[in-house]
Write a protein that binds this ligand. Sequence first.
Ligand code: PNS
Length: 170
Amino acid sequence: MPRKAPSIAIYPGSFDPITNGHLDLIQRGSRLFDKLIVSILRNDAKEPLFSVEERIEMLREVVHVYPNVDVDSFDGLLVDHAAGRSATVMLRGIRAISDYEYELQMALMNRRLNPGLETIFLMSNEAYSFISSRLVKEVFGLGGNISGLVPPSVEARLKRRMAKVNQRGG
Ligand code: PNS
């Protein structure tokens, strides 16, 4: 019987920074696929807090415990990047119904661009369904407590970044 090709999934995003919601998805995804590639979009129109290199480091610090998870980055179309890494699945999380419309649009566009790339959604863990990188940055920037929302190494990095910004400001 012919051997089945290994299942390779790509989990793309901005990860600015990675939250515990992302990490939960990575952990669950790592059990579903032979290989999971977490990939950061380089040419993002959004103004990021962390550089792509910093985000790669932050991701590596937390995913090294999963031997089948890789960290990568990409420019241009996701479908081209996925094909370059032989991925046949794109993994995304859905937190609430408000995510659905954007995710549906993206999944249908990607299917049109490459029908061979299947989008698979995992429902976010309810404990993390309200977390987004944007809100974490906002709450942290205003002095709120974000422990439990991001990995400790990311919280430490946010603290260092904020101290630097305050030093420059004062
Ligand atoms: O975490 P995000 O910001 O919601 O991730 C969005 C991302 C990176 C998955 C999306 O913007 C993307 O895939 N961009 C790459 C460009 C592309 O392929 N665009 C067409 C897809 S609809």
